[in-house]
Design a protein around this ligand. Sequence first.
Ligand code: PLP
Ligand code: COI
Length: 366
Amino acid sequence: MTLTDPAADLAPLEFAVTRNLAARSAAERDEILAAPGFGTNFTDHMVDICWSKGGGWHRPRVQPYGPISLDPAAAVLHYGQEIFEGIKAYRHADGSVHTFRPDQNAKRLQRSARRMALPELPEDYFLQSLRELIAVDGDWVPSGEDQSLYLRPFMFAKEAFLGVRPAQKVAYYLIASPAGAYFKGGVQPVKIWLSEDYARAGKGGTGAAKTGGNYAASLLPQAEAYEQGCDQVVFLDQDGNVEELGGMNVVFVHKDGTIVTPQSDSILPGITRDSILQLAEDRGHRVERRAVSLQEWRDGVASGEIVEVFACGTAAVVTPIGTLLAAGFEDAQPTGTLALELRQHLTDIQYGRAEDTHGWLTRLDG
Ligand code: PLP
Ligand code: COI
């Protein structure tokens, strides 16, 4: 199904820019950037683009960050027709601002849109939206170690209509939030809770789309994980195969150097995972994308066949998994050096400290 009017997408967008007269002072901004945390502070502006059936993409704006006014009957509030992305802007030593593989996030947003019957935002508009926000809020890209500006593009059904069908009025927004480490402990190995009572996704469901409903379904098991003293929850599919964590992919390193990661239609195909697996292949590691059962994981750890397990995603980067906890067992996970080496290589590329041999960086400022 194509919900986008192709003719409406030919012209480049002309953004109307309204500056935020209440923008934070440089001192206020610096105070936030000194300890940004994750997802709690937002920059002074946001981008939005409207879409309607027949009118296509229109009214591109950069406006002061602030509440969105929605009709109480807006479809997203009732049926959850919503998708989002997560991507970061990095400040290099020379002050320039770059992002990482934005074409991949743009394409994934389009795939998520197709699954959720939302219009596909053209890749150029996606990139343009990032540039427009950096043009006004570029000073919000922190320069501290492992810090970045987390960019959150999202799209939702805003049509006021309670019938159950794809909305004919949609909004795309981009907001930004300065970010430090996602986990409180930084890159210390994390403890993972195995969700045995709840599933995140199912066959033919929306697991491969980045849509709010998947995260809504993960909140109760994630709360259980916190109660159990864990940082994240890991989900299994109906056959007992490992899927992924609530907000990141999972990767296993075998003793012969082979790297294995779950592959299925119900997992979000992570761009971080794809990138680090590429870097690992460049170093001569063999990579397998295939089903991994919980039994294989547990047996592999017990026998020494699996030598490292780690989580990866835009927010978490690469974080070793130190413990797998379930109702009936607690398995300490072996930790090695590969996860942290790959993390270092990836972040060296992202921050401009290592050569970008795959052409993954896109400059956003200037
Ligand atoms: N899986 C889930 C459920 C996620 O939320 C994320 C984070 O975006 C990932 C995997 C990793 O994807 P990426 O590396 O593209 O951020
Ligand atoms: C991301 O890594 O971008 C995500 O969306 C995951 C979430 C845990 C913040």
